[in-house]
Design a protein around this ligand. Structure first.
Ligand SMILES: [Zn+2]
Length: 453
């Protein structure tokens, strides 16, 4: 049988090791793995030149359709994904501005799905927010239509508070072992109180945002959520963990057998509230929740990854232009834009090349673990026979200077402007098709598929 594609001379990375060999692809799937000099034949041969070949990144934490129409964001931001070696994205659906009924009826869901498939050049799956009684009642419906993860917004903000959080967890634990509840851990009441106080003092500098949401807001919400998860047996997932203290909190929870997974983001591994450059020059860029912390937290998060306390990486990509960010620190929409395309270069440059993590660990936290946690493994997240041929050739020695102009997001800024990073993706394949090469996009909208789970 002739294959469609063979990648030769590859250093193939799995969470367990690196093997030199060849990858055979037929009909979009990995159908053969063999050693060097194999007899695998194909209509298309790619020589990886001895570079690493890793599974496509699975970024489980992406916001689209916040300020722009959903389909518009899908079109631009999946280009950013492909260029950055990201081949599957977990999208938080934004239903604000619609009535809940509209937002959650199957027609509306179908619109999200068809909008995605018409515009995407990478694959994606959806997370739904649980906002109120209506969406709470609908929770059992979602696994039947291929959505198995929920953002527990109801318990994080608004009147429901602790009761909302507890009730959602109770219901989650009754929905079987495929579901997971995603939690943004921050005590919003204290954060809002401190923001008011600092704004009244006239503060509008970049560190003022960080000062308004101190570490204990995050620690308090994590401890409470873990306790609720322990008594309800709900499977939970902390998105964007930022604080060093979380390592102790998560270790205790995991030792007690609580079903908890944790994510951090590249920005919390590399940036602090004492940052120079782009962030203090335009404080609204730094309006992100949770806020950036300090060097000690950065290092404790790296250490938590190495020790398996932090399970995976998400980007929390939220694309806003500078104009959409506005010039008011306090009123700016939250999020570090333009991060998805930077995830792999940042983890290669600041992680692997600085000896903080191995390349195997990078594949574990960026590919295998998010795929496993969100129910798309083994279709995604590993170079194994039968998996989708989502593959990224990585040059760990390539040096590039970061510039928003060269990135593909609609976001016209990056907080990493001018950073010199070593280690970049040089080719991205989605289901065996070349999608991006040396930062250039070569596939067309509509190449991406929505993943039912
Ligand atoms: Zn987020």
């Amino acid at each position: 049988m002739d294959l469609d594609l063979v990648i030769r001379n590859a250093r193939i990375v799995s969470p367990l090791g690196v093997n030199t060999g060849e990858i055979g692809v037929k009909d979009g799937k990995i159908t053969a793995l063999d050693g060097p000099g194999s007899a695998l034949a194909a209509s298309s041969i790619v020589d990886a030149g001895g570079k690493y070949v890793i599974p496509g990144i699975v970024d489980p934490h992406v916001h689209l359709g916040l300020r722009n129409p959903f389909g518009t964001d899908v079109r631009t931001e999946t280009r950013a994904a492909a260029a950055g070696g990201v081949t599957s994205i977990g999208i938080h659906l934004n239903v604000k501005g619609q009535t809940l009924k509209e937002g959650f009826e199957r027609e509306a869901f179908g619109t999200f799905k068809s909008n995605f498939e018409e515009n995407a050049i990478v694959d994606g799956f959806f997370h739904v927010p649980i906002l109120d009684e209506v969406t709470f009642e609908e929770m059992p419906v979602y696994p039947k239509i291929g959505i198995t993860s929920y953002k527990l917004t109801w318990g994080e903000v608004g009147a429901a508070g602790d009761v909302g959080l507890y009730r959602v967890m109770e219901r989650l634990s009754s929905l079987g072992d495929r579901v997971r509840g995603i939690i943004h851990a921050e005590n919003r009441e204290i954060a809002a109180f401190l923001a008011d106080r600092l704004a009244n003092e006239g503060r509008k500098d970049f560190p003022a945002w960080n000062d308004s949401r101190p570490w204990f807001c995050e620690a308090e919400f994590m401890e409470k959520s873990i306790l609720f998860a322990e008594v309800t047996k709900a499977p939970i997932y902390f998105e964007h963990v930022t604080i060093g203290r979380a390592m102790e909190i998560l270790t205790r929870a995991k030792m007690r057998g609580v079903n908890v997974k944790a994510e951090t983001c590249p920005q919390y591994l590399t940036l602090t509230s004492a940052e120079k450059g782009v962030l203090p020059s335009f404080p609204p860029y730094g309006h992100v929740n949770p806020p950036l912390r300090d060097k000690q937290s950065n290092e404790m998060l790296w250490d938590g990854i190495a020790k398996g306390i932090i399970d995976c990486i998400g980007s929390d990509h939220a694309p806003y232009t500078t104009q959409q960010k506005g010039d008011d620190l306090w009123a700016a929409p939250p999020g570090i834009g333009n991060i998805m395309e930077m995830t792999l270069p940042l983890l290669l440059s600041e992680g692997v090349n600085k000896g903080r993590i191995s390349i195997e660990k990078l594949v574990e936290i960026c590919c295998y673990a998010p795929a496993k946690i969100f129910g798309v493994y083994p279709q995604k997240g590993g170079i194994v026979v039968g998996a989708d041929a989502d593959l990224v050739i990585v040059d760990e020695n390539e040096k590039r200077k970061v510039s928003a102009k060269k990135l593909h997001s609609l976001c016209d800024w990056t907080v990493f402007e001018g950073w010199e990073l070593t280690g970049w993706p040089v080719a991205t394949f989605l289901r065996g098709q070349l999608t991006a090469k040396d930062g250039e996009i070569v596939s067309q909208p509509g190449a991406g598929k929505w993943l039912a789970r």
